[in-house]
Every structure is written in structure tokens, then in C-alpha cells.
Design a protein around this ligand. Sequence first.
Ligand code: SF4
Ligand code: SF4
Length: 58
Amino acid sequence: MLKVNKNECIACEVCITVCPTESIKINEDGVAEINNETCIECFECQNMCVQEAIDNED
Ligand code: SF4
Ligand code: SF4
């Protein structure tokens, strides 16, 4: 399961752009949030994040 580190995310929206399943949005805290219900774990967002703000979580 992937999770965004809200202390690292700068809301650049690159992850949103690359996600093939539209599973990421900017949430009420102003940072990216992944919907793990629809995420297919392709890791595109993690690979592209300029801040390395997307972490693996079990
Ligand atoms: S690519 Fe990284 S820094 Fe940019 S919005 Fe997504 S999680 Fe945040
Ligand atoms: S791992 Fe892939 S499907 Fe899941 S949020 Fe990231 S880009 Fe989207």
C-alpha cells in the first residue's frame, strides 16, 4: 500500500498527472492523497515524485 508523506509533499501534482487510474487527489490538507481502493500499485507516482514523498506501507 502506498502513502504520501504529508511533510514532504509540495502538491506539485506530478503524481496526479501520471497515475493511470486517477487514484490521487489533493486533499483538504493541501497534499496528495492516494485512494488505495483504486490504486493498482504500478508505482508510477512513486517513481516520478520529485520529493520522494510517496512511501510503501504494509
Ligand atoms: S509528486 Fe510528490 S510532491 Fe508532487 S504532489 Fe505527488 S506526492 Fe506531492
Ligand atoms: S501506484 Fe500507480 S495506480 Fe497507484 S496511485 Fe500511484 S500511479 Fe496511481
